[in-house]
Design a protein around this ligand. Structure first.
Ligand code: FES
Length: 144
């Protein structure tokens, strides 16, 4: 096999390997839970949660379709819940809800957000998108 022919045969696989490496390296130290839906919020959310089986206690949360939904109070009315994008606006890591501080916290670099998604502490500079909640009987619906 001539050198030129040998290099020609390597081009395809080498390119694929480099592209995969560059994609993996571009996340900049993030974890496997990073960027489930990108830094930007999911659009046109239409999520339902059965309140007879989920979000039973104050402070509990569920994540569906890139949105984290939290019960903030015991009654089944919209004001008892909040729903925001789960991807941190800094680099896309999934945020958690801290019921002690009543804030969303990003485990990656420590950004914190209010229950309505406003930034309390950076490095995130942009608020989380908050979604609209309605409750009918035991069915909670998130839209936005
Ligand atoms: S990814 Fe959330 S603070 Fe950096």
């Amino acid at each position: 096999m001539e050198r030129r022919e040998f290099l020609g045969n390597l081009t395809g696989p080498v390119f694929v390997a480099c592209a995969a490496c560059m994609g993996a390296c571009s996340k900049g130290g993030t974890t496997a839970s990073t960027n489930p839906g990108g830094v930007n919020p999911p659009a046109n959310a239409n999520i339902t949660v059965n309140l007879a089986t989920s979000l039973l206690s104050v402070g509990s949360s569920v994540v569906q379709d890139g949105v984290i939904i939290v019960r903030l109070a015991s009654s089944n009315v919209p004001a008892s819940f909040t729903a925001v994008q789960v991807a941190c606006t800094h680099e896309g890591t999934s945020i958690n809800f801290n019921s002690g501080s009543n804030q969303f916290v990003c485990p990656n670099h420590g950004s914190t957000f209010t229950t309505s998604g406003a930034v309390v502490l950076g490095p995130a500079a942009r608020a989380l998108k908050q979604y609209t909640i309605s409750v009918t009987g035991d069915t909670l619906t998130v839209t936005g």
